[in-house]
Design a protein around this ligand. Sequence first.
Ligand code: FES
Length: 128
Amino acid sequence: MYSKEVLEHFKNPRNQGQIDNPDVIGQVGNPVCGDVMKIYLKINQNSKDINKSKIEDIKFETLGCAAAIACSSVVTENTKGKTLEAALKINKDLILKKLGGLPLPKVHCSMLALEGLEKAIKEYLAKH
Ligand code: FES
């Protein structure tokens, strides 16, 4: 069964939806279940050091299970306002800790939001 933290994030997801005119969108699919997720980023660029640019806004759209939605919510909550280099350090262990764990067959779901975030940041860095 899901923890109370997972259920809370699933029922009240933070930062769900789209950003108008995002600087980058990271889209990923989960090969295990076929679920899809998009991460939208609005970035405040640091002209001296691109890695220190800040995530001004982040939103997600997930066609996925309750665990994927809860993980996306936690990932966005923990990256908004952070620098790109700090956001890239967020890992599965932190997400699982914040969610009070996930049932073993659902651990792969936590990777979807992280992969979407990583893809979006890497695409942004490659373009600037
Ligand atoms: Fe697909 Fe969870 S079952 S992301």
